[in-house]
Ligand binder design. Structure first.
Ligand code: AMP
Ligand code: MG
Length: 326
């Protein structure tokens, strides 16, 4: 049976009531957040969390991010060091996940944290925070897509991928940020970047006056399985740093920069004709899906600047282009 879709702009109260009912029964609900659409379930209920993994076809060893209504709720589940608190106060609600020591016996199930003694926490902006406040418990929520595929930035994306497996999808329009959260872990005086995302590293460094340490090479598996090489994969092959388009390729470019061979491309998309990296991030997954839907065998992608949100964009593109497993 196809999922019921409720538009939160039309019936916000019904969206909250219905979502709380389904979540309370231990089933996942697809919800809009400002990063990407999440597949949310009660983080304290092992049956509910198991259903997230089943629906996504996701390997079980991945820890899930727990979404909280506000900092006060987060403090009931995790311990904050001074730098993490500073970051939370500055950037929550928003596209920042902090990996923090888990409070023992706080109720978050070990399936959510993959048995770790830490927990990834985020306070999302807007509707989803209100929903969590109404539900009263944290929601574990990875992106609402089949594992390894492109993340959804609209209710339509979710319905096309998981509509037959879900009971309820909440439609909050296009995700404003469009890429997943930036994940940080503070260790003493060090701030480690576990995943670049919707909050620019430059903003974190400006606030804290510290240099954010990037991963050297692939992250240790347990710490960041969301960082496995092939991820966000479209059906078509992906070719990065393209300076020209080959016949039959779909082309994704940036800032209106001309690419030779464009006239032979099956379709041309510009992530941001004005050269705005935040706009490019918001369009990224939708344009990858649309380029894929043209039936092109390959998607050629022009170089994207690597500063600001460009770091997250390039991280996702690198994974979209990585050799596929299986
Ligand atoms: P997502 O696929 O967006 O749900 O992101 C989940 C990612 O958050 C994981 O792959 C980890 O990189 C990170 N994460 C979540 N919880 C933890 C944790 N307890 N310890 C370390 N990393 C975590
Ligand atoms: Mg994901």
């Amino acid at each position: 049976m196809a999922a019921r879709i409720i538009d939160i702009a039309i019936d916000r109260d019904a969206a909250v009531t219905e979502a709380c009912r389904v979540l309370g029964q231990g089933f996942p609900v697809a919800i809009p957040t400002e990063t990407v659409y999440g597949l949310a379930a009660d983080a304290t209920n092992p049956a509910a969390v198991t259903r997230i993994y089943e629906t996504k076809g996701r390997p079980r060893f991945n820890p899930l991010i727990c979404h909280m209504s506000d900092l006060g709720m987060a403090e009931r589940y995790a311990m904050f060091d001074p730098i993490s608190r500073l970051l939370a106060e500055a950037f929550w609600p928003g596209p920042l996940t902090l990996v923090l020591p888990l409070k023992s016996d706080c109720g978050i199930h070990a399936l959510t944290t993959a048995g770790l003694d830490s927990v990834g926490i985020r306070v999302p902006k807007g509707f989803s925070a209100d929903l969590i406040a109404a539900f009263g418990k944290p929601l574990a929520a990875p992106s609402a897509n089949t594992s390894g595929k492109i993340s959804p930035t609209s209710a339509r994306h979710v319905a096309d991928d998981l509509g037959e497996k879900l009971e309820l999808i909440l439609d909050g329009g296009s995700a404003a940020v469009g890429v997943e959260s930036t994940i940080l872990r503070v260790e003493g005086e060090r701030i480690r970047l576990l995943r670049p995302g919707g909050l620019a590293v430059e903003d974190i460094e400006r606030l804290t006056g510290r240099t954010v340490e990037r991963q050297d090479g692939p992250a240790p598996a347990i710490e960041a399985p969301g960082m496995m090489a092939s991820h966000y994969a479209p059906g078509a092959a992906v070719r990065l740093n393209a300076s020209s388009a080959e016949p039959g390729e779909a082309l994704i470019r940036f800032h209106g920069l001309p690419i030779s061979g464009s006239t032979d491309a099956t379709a041309i998309f510009d992530l941001s004709p004005e050269g705005d990296l935040a706009e490019a991030a918001a369009n990224l997954f939708d344009y990858l899906k649309r380029a894929d839907a043209t039936g092109a065998t390959c998607i050629a992608i022009a170089p994207i600047p690597d500063h600001g949100l460009g770091e997250a964009i390039n991280d996702r593109l690198f994974r979209a282009a990585a050799p596929r497993e299986g």
